[in-house]
Every structure is written in structure tokens, then in C-alpha cells.
Design a protein around this ligand. Structure first.
Ligand code: ATP
Ligand code: MG
Length: 383
């Protein structure tokens, strides 16, 4: 019925069977954090559970590194799970009578490592989640969030290439949750390079941690894209509704609002600057290394036309880089002056102006609203 286009609710009404997933296709690249996001019941857990075949699919296939998981025998499946992927779930059980370090080391037993080696690896994993001081504690002596981090450490200790994380952070309070997201990103950036399938029902979290995000609804894929693509171009009213709730400044990078700098070089005269600046203009002045040394605004250009701009320019200005989040540039932009965007060597590669930044944020808001309105009038938003 689903294949012939009958909707999930109608299938359920007619047959009392639930369509878990329908027409869901995506591939996760090596070393990528791929996020599946959607409301409760949209099929996220079902999807992730097909990857290690906790669920069998009735049509289509699931391939991991060239292996079709449906082809594995029971025995092969066991070692496939053990050797390829770690799992972190929202509700997972720690052994209450084992210490934290032994809980983490437990998963390594099957690898045939000696106790000392297992403990050492477990301790290192606990360091990654900042719980090394609690290695001798028992789970009951830890808060819920700390227990969750033990679960993450357990998955990390096994050092497998793939991590399946189903709402792994959802039970944490917002601050700890942010901290865990940061830790995950830092770990992934520095040393992990794992392939991570990450599930969440929170779009802010999805856009923050995901290299790409897949948005699901009623067991089907609604949109797959980079965080920026999702923000700028929500595919349906369902996505737009989520987007309107997102803190864009924590997703978009400075790069997305910076403009070419067109700077002056040292020695440019006030006369030349006036001719180039236009009525309201302002520009940076760079030194011989391309580094910004000052800002020239039109109202500063009152000196003799022969004077060099460096004699009148303002030497205090905000500096950021292209990878910084917009939220980190807000304060710099608040003065209304130009902010310099510099590269690794400190050379000027772009500039941002508070107005560009506001325009960008406003554009995303209105785009989301447009998609919502258009989609609603099409009758596409069913619920
Ligand atoms: N064991 C099961 N047997 C039958 N139906 C199930 C089972 N598990 C889930 N479902 C159904 O499959 C659909 C998708 O559920 P799933 O658990 O994948 O949702 P989810 O997106 O992970 O939601 P949540 O955010 O609440 O965890 C739901 O309609 C649910 O009723
Ligand atoms: Mg779920």
C-alpha cells in the first residue's frame, strides 16, 4: 500500500500496521556526522536500527562498507556489530555493581584484551568525556547526564569506525547538552574521525553537530542537506516550521555574510580614498603583508587631500575569521563599524557590516515564512 502511494495514517487505519519507513534513501560518508532529525514517531530510531539490523527491512537494502547487512548469518551479524559499530542510546543500562571504569571496559572484553589494557583504554575514553575522576565511582553515584557520558565513553573505548547515536544527548539539560555537543565536535575534529549517525528531535542540535542533516516525517525523508542548505532553503512547510525555531547565529558562519574587502593600501591619499568610497562608504587599510591596520570611514576624511589615509584612519576594529559562528560576531558588529575577517596568517580576506548580518538573518526568516505559507496554501501540511 505504501508503495502505491497510500499515506502512513491511511495504511494504519486500514490494516492496523504501522509503516516504519518508506522510500528512505541516504548514504553516510566516511568521517561524516550525519544527523537524522524529525518529530517523535517519524521513524528515526527505526532507521538507525536497520543499520546494525536490529530491524530487518522488508524492501530495499542497507549496506555498510560494501556489506549488505541482510546477507549476514546470525554469527556474522554478531561479529559485524562488535567489530564495526558502537552504539549510544538514550536509555542504556550501566551495570550497577561495576565501577564506572569497568563499565566502560566491559565492551572490550570480547576483544580478548587483558584486564590492564582494557582499563587503560577505558580510562582514556573517560578522559575524553571528562569523567576520569569518577572512574572508581559506581553508576548510582553519578548524575543522569554523567551516566550518559559513561555510555558515550563505552562506545568510544571500543574505538570502532562507526558510531550510532540515538538521542544520546536528549536527556541532558541544555547546558550539559551543549557541552557534550562541543566535546563531540572537538573530539571528532581532533582525533576521532568516526562516521557518526546521530539522531535527534532538536533541529538546533542537528544543525550544530551535523555535516549533513536528513529530516524525516511519517517514515519518509523530507529533505537532506547541509545545515546551511536546510536553513536557506527549507523544502517544505514542515522543515520551515523547524527552521523558524532555530538560532541561526549558532549555525551560520561568518563566511556566509562576509563580503569582499576592497581595501586601501598604505600610502593611499585622502583624496583617492574619497573618490573610491562613495557616500556612506568605509574600507579597511592593509599593510604590505595584507593585514588590516585600520578602518577608513568617510567622516574621517576631512584632512588635506594629499595626506595618507593612515594619518586619519581608526586603528581599533573588530577581527574575526570565516569559520567563526555569527553569534560570536554579534558583539563586534554592535558598534556598527566594519569587522575584519582575517585568514590564518592574519591577512584580510573579507569584511562584515552589521547591516549585512541583519539582512542575512532577516532573509532566512522571511524565506522560511514564504515556504510555510506557499506550502500551506498547497495543502501540503497535513497535520
Ligand atoms: N517495535 C515496534 N513495533 C511496531 N511499531 C513500532 C515499533 N517501534 C516503533 N514503531 C512505530 O514506528 C514508527 C516510528 O517509530 P520510531 O521509534 O522510529 O520513531 P522516532 O522517530 O525514533 O521517535 P522518537 O523521537 O519518539 O524516538 C512509529 O509510528 C511507531 O509507532
Ligand atoms: Mg526514537
Amino acid at each position: 500500500m505504501a508503495q502505491s502511494g497510500v499515506m502512513k495514517d491511511d495504511v494504519q487505519a486500514a490494516t492496523d500496521h504501522v509503516v516504519g519507513l518508506h522510500d528512505v534513501s541516504f548514504s553516510v560518508e566516511d568521517g561524516e556526522i550525519f544527523v537524522i532529525m524529525g518529530l517523535s514517531g517519524s521513524g528515526k530510531s527505526t532507521a538507525i536500527r536497520t543499520v546494525n539490523r536490529l530491524h530487518d527491512v522488508t524492501a530495499g537494502s542497507v549496506e555498510v562498507d560494501g556489506t549488505d547487512v541482510a546477507d549476514l548469518t546470525k554469527k556474522e551479524l554478531e561479529s559485524f556489530r562488535r567489530e564495526n559499530m558502537g552504539m549510544v542510546f538514550q536509555h542504556f543500562a550501566l551495570f550497577p555493581h561495576h565501577t564506572v571504569v569497568d563499565n566502560v571496559a566491559y565492551g572490550l572484553k570480547v576483544k580478548g584484551l587483558v584486564t590492564e589494557e582494557r582499563r587503560r583504554l577505558a580510562y582514556e575514553a573517560l578522559e575524553l568525556v571528562s569523567l576520569e575522576r569518577y572512574c572508581q565511582s559506581f553508576p548510582r553515584e553519578l548524575s543522569g547526564g554523567m551516566q550518559q557520558r559513561v555510555g558515550l565513553a563505552r562506545a568510544l573505548a571500543a574505538d570502532l569506525d562507526i558510531l550510532l547515536m540515538d538521542e544520546a544527548f536528549s536527556a541532558l539539560d541544555p547546558l550539559i547538552r551543549r557541552q557534550m555537543q562541543d566535546e563531540l565536535l572537538a573530539m571528532q575534529g581532533d582525533l576521532l574521525h568516526k562516521t557518526i549517525l546521530f539522531i535527534t528531535h532538536d533541529l538546533n542540535e542537528a544543525l550544530r553537530v551535523g555535516d549533513r542533516v536528513c529530516i524525516m516525517k511519517d517514515g519518509a525523508v523530507v529533505q537532506i542537506g547541509t545545515p546551511e542548505e536546510i536553513l536557506r532553503d527549507p523544502a517544505t512547510a514542515y522543515v520551515a516550521e523547524f527552521v523558524k525555531d532555530v538560532d541561526q547565529g549558532r549555525v551560520l558562519q561568518v563566511e556566509s555574510v562576509m563580503t569582499p574587502p576592497s581595501p586601501f593600501t598604505l600610502g593611499t591619499t585622502v583624496g583617492e580614498a574619497l573618490a573610491k568610497l562613495g557616500v556612506k562608504g568605509s574600507a579597511f587599510c592593509i599593510d604590505d603583508d595584507g593585514k588590516p591596520v585600520g578602518v577608513v570611514t568617510r567622516d574621517l576624511l576631512t584632512a588635506s587631500h594629499q595626506a595618507p589615509v593612515e594619518s586619519v584612519m581608526r586603528t581599533e576594529f573588530g577581527v574575526t575569521n570565516r569559520a567563526a559562528l555569527l553569534v560570536d560576531a554579534y558583539e563586534l558588529c554592535a558598534s556598527g563599524d566594519l569587522v575584519a575577517v582575517v585568514d590564518d596568517r592574519g591577512a584580510l580576506e573579507g569584511r562584515i557590516h552589521a547591516l549585512d548580518l541583519l539582512a542575512e538573518l532577516g532573509e532566512i526568516e522571511s524565506k522560511a515564512e514564504q515556504v510555510k505559507t506557499a506550502d500551506l496554501s498547497d495543502g501540503k501540511l497535513r497535520q
